[in-house]
Design a protein around this ligand. Sequence first.
Ligand code: C2E
Ligand code: CA
Ligand code: CA
Length: 533
Amino acid sequence: MPLAKTFSRHVSHPRRIIFLSASAGLIFFLLFISISLTLSMKRHAASHDRLAVYTQRYLSNVFSDLQSTLEPLQAATLVSCEQVRADLTQRAAFAANIRAILLVKNDIAFCSSATGPMSLSIHQISPFTDASQSRDIRLIAGTPMVRKQPALVLWLANNSRADSGIFTTLNIDLTPYLLLTSRQQEISGMAIAAGGQALTTWNERVIDRSALPDHPLRTVAVPGYPLTLYLYGDSMPQREIHLILLSGLLIGVVIGCACYLLLMLRLRPGKEILLGIKRGEFHVEYQPVVDAQTGQPYGVEALMRWTHPTEGRIPPDAFISYAEGQNLIVPLTRHLFSLIARDAHQLRDTLPVGTRLGVNLSPLHLSHPTFRHDVNRWLAAMPEGHFVPIFEITERAMMSGKEADDNFEWMRQQQIRIAIDDFGTGHSALIYLEKFQFDYLKIDRGFVQSIGMETVNTPVLDTVLALAKKLNLNTVAEGVETAEQALWLINRGVTHMQGYLFSRPCKVPLLVAYYQNAARPAGAACATADGNC
Ligand code: C2E
Ligand code: CA
Ligand code: CA
């Protein structure tokens, strides 16, 4: 993956992390509520089914008990009321819910358990009772004696004699059924329907069956009797739905936050740099700087390298500015210091005393509160008095304010030399020549590469070198690649040179070899294309 992409990927992490965490939270929320709602609905449906079965069983028992109480009375329809009245009254009294038992002959009720002999057409009591059926059940608004209380009328025909039978009025009370369902809060009402009439728990009067709400939760038919019971309500209690939604929301938020924390820890921008330091993915390469007059090595510039495990080698231009943007340049420079100190102990055996050691410093580190402490620690870790440190600082650092100015002064007191790096790439470079005291002027390789090409840069470089000579400044030409460039620069009084013509930046063993071969002519020692000496 190209580096620019690698880094833009990291910079966009915070938004991606928020998006990923919110998605994870949402997915968990949806998963939780869909699973919980499905399970809960299944549980409630099973419980409604059970309730329907119990109710059906209960009603069947009630009616079969009733039938066994009433059926023996069929014979009584053949005798006079006086003969059976006592038995009739007793049976009515001992059977639950019976309001009255009427004996019927030729469609006329001639004997009542409540009032004794009578003569009244059963259709006057229950207009819709169909006496031609062997069993019939109807709902009526009231009976002649209890006119305002709805009742169920049960017709049991005497199969051996037409238009005769037993006509029973039953008290009807849905309260026990409601009690049965009281544990199920989602059941809001019930209705019992017979023929075209219905009685509900929400209305005291008998209503038309067609006025019942559509879509009951469960419908319970009583086998053998034209009677239906309807259960109404929600498929699950509202409270439970709210609870599931709330729990889902809570879980979603917790999962989202946990994801956010986890991703922030794992993918935090800059984490890769800190991880890289921890895993030892950084190393330093050193590029020799030669004396322009003798061609002999004068010093080295330390250049940091990062070999990322998946991205491969990442150019320092990219990771340095990235580290600056992520406030990680200070730990990265501290790491650079420790790597240089470790290498220096190896290099001291070959590199002569007084070798200049250039280290690139970020302006951000220069104005950082720990700067002096970090530098002191580094100096203490270096082989004593062997190398002469040069801090390479760009013009940008010279505009960084009072703290940076004070640090310039302090560095000089610590015997640290200062080089202006990339001279000429800023806008007001010449101003700094007067304002600051420094030891080296590093001419940017852009200028050097324009030598011989007659661009506008060449006369500028000419002037800068003339001025530097006049001010008696050390100048280091960067990026010298050809002998022609080197000659041109030497003729204009450049004091030091650095570039592929002499050596590419290289690791410690090859730098050692370079120094060991330093007596050879310039360019022969170390200039391979793969970046190693
Ligand atoms: P720089 O300080 O100007 O470093 C010199 C750059 O020029 C190096 O690139 C070096 O490899 C390259 N170079 C040297 N000779 C030649 C040549 O003959 N031809 C060409 N085309 N290039 C040559 P590098 O190592 O890629 O570093 C790029 C920049 O990254 C450096 O520019 C410096 O600004 C920064 N950098 C590198 N290491 C560090 C470090 O440890 N700390 C800080 N703060 N910045 C660093
Ligand atoms: Ca430099
Ligand atoms: Ca430079």
